[in-house]
Ligand binder design. Structure first.
Ligand SMILES: [Zn+2]
Length: 439
């Protein structure tokens, strides 16, 4: 049987596969066939394969697509609406009232589109979303060609699109059913936080997640205040309560975790949970510091997320990763904490593992889906290049993102979106901004 030709052969100057860790290949080719990585081989060998299209990528670093493991996509339309406030005042006095007034299906559609476009331009091939009208977000992800975990938000009180938790869960179950075969969308449960979801709802979510083998994605221990209030009201730390209710496990994605004592760490290790670290949101809301190095040393999987644009205020995962690498050193009091290669791993393979997708994405390995990003390191500010991964994490901004492929389909070509109209997105965002500013 003659070998089937590759659909596309990428020939970058450098390739970082993330797994095995720390390896940078020079002058290698990556071949794509049927949406998957079919080959990684030295350039001369790769070029001997029959191929439909060859793409030379001089001075580019090819890496796995970045994975933004926590965000609220449609909140891009509330970017900068209320800054420089503590979490509870920000939420109760600004964000929740604005959401109550403005969030409907149109808001979620336009805000999610804006977020998807910003993320693709920043090298993000997969993101996790937690927002109202998850069915609309799923529809936008489907259309845009990007990959996502869409979580179904569950809260004890009425929210846009759901009068109560029971209605939210009904919508969620319908989504599970509709999208169970979708190649790029995975549905998970998104109980908002320990202080907004009661025990009986959490138990219900645990039963459903077990049945459906679904992820549970939740803000946990975001601030010291959250933990202190739970202890004074219920005599129990939130993570301990979640363990008692049976929610913790390898599918549990604990977002933030700025407060971790020895017992919390033992629970995270015992149940093999993932943490999603959101350093810039934590810094901006003065929420606290997630002890990344301590978690890493204990073997806990730590992914990274931008959180929503209303508390960050961008969806720049490359910038977030740099912040994470720098902050990890400051928090650990050690310059050896979270080196550039580990930081990139956090933004790729660890994100995939948190979302239960580590066998499919997160590293460049034959057989995995071709979610690939090419970073252009030819600029003046990146010279000279001793280690391209160091240049990427410590010396590059997201403007160096040149090409993005998801499942072998190109969504960004030389910095331009292939499936979305950037000027239309900007015009729509401005329209929303003008309307909301008049509030
Ligand atoms: Zn969040």
């Amino acid at each position: 049987m003659p070998e089937a030709p590759l659909d596309l052969l990428l020939l970058p100057t450098w390739l970082v596969s993330v797994e095995p860790a720390g390896v940078v290949l020079r002058d290698h080719g990556l071949g794509i066939r049927d949406g998957r990585i079919a080959l990684i081989a030295p350039r001369s060998e790769a070029m001997r394969h029959p191929v439909a299209e060859v793409r030379e990528l001089p001075q580019c670093l090819l890496a796995p697509g970045l994975i933004n493991a926590h965000g609220h996509a449609a909140m891009t339309l509330l970017r900068g609406i209320a800054d420089d406030l503590p979490l509870m005042i920000w939420l109760h006095e600004h964000i929740w009232p604005a959401e109550g007034k403005w969030v409907d299906e149109d808001f979620v559609r336009d805000g999610t589109d804006l977020a998807i476009a910003e993320q693709i331009k920043g090298g993000i091939s997969c993101f996790s979303d937690m927002y109202f009208y998850p069915q609309i977000a799923a529809e936008r992800v489907h259309k845009a060609g990007v990959r996502a975990q869409i979580t179904v938000p569950v809260l004890d009180f009425p929210v846009p699109g759901a009068l109560n938790a029971a209605e939210a869960l009904r919508t969620g179950l319908q989504l599970f059913d509709d999208l169970k075969q979708h190649p790029r969308i995975r549905i998970a449960f998104g109980p908002h936080a320990p202080y907004t979801v009661s025990d009986d709802k959490l138990e219900q979510i645990r039963v459903l997640a077990d049945e459906l083998d679904a992820g549970i994605h939740m803000h946990v221990h975001e601030t010291a205040q959250e933990v202190a209030e739970a202890v004074s009201k219920h005599g129990e730390r939130p993570l301990a309560r979640l363990a008692r209710l049976g929610l913790l496990g390898p599918r549990f994605q604990a977002v933030h975790m700025t407060q971790i004592d020895d017992e919390d760490l033992a629970l995270l290790v015992e149940h093999n949970c993932s943490i999603v670290h959101c350093p810039e949101s934590n810094l901006k809301l003065a929420s606290g510091f997630c002890p990344v190095e301590r978690l890493w040393q204990a073997g806990v999987n730590v992914a990274i997320g931008t959180d929503g644009a209303a508390s960050n205020n961008d969806l720049d995962l490359l910038g977030e990763t740099r912040t994470a690498a720098l902050l990890a050193k400051a928090v650990a009091g050690s310059a050896t904490a979270l080196n550039a290669h580990s930081a990139l791993r956090m933004a790729t393979l660890n994100g995939a593992r948190a979302l239960g997708l580590e066998t499919q994405i997160g590293s460049l390995e034959p057989g995995k889906l071709a979610d690939v990003v090419a970073f252009d390191l030819s600029g003046l500010a990146q010279q000279p290049i001793y280690d391209p991964v160091s240049q990427l994490i410590y010396a590059s901004g997201r403007d160096c993102v040149k090409h993005v492929w998801v499942g072998g389909k190109q969504l960004l070509d030389d910095g331009r979106l292939t499936r979305m109209d950037e000027s239309e997105l900007i015009a729509k965002a401005r329209e929303w901004g003008a309307r909301i500013a008049k509030r």
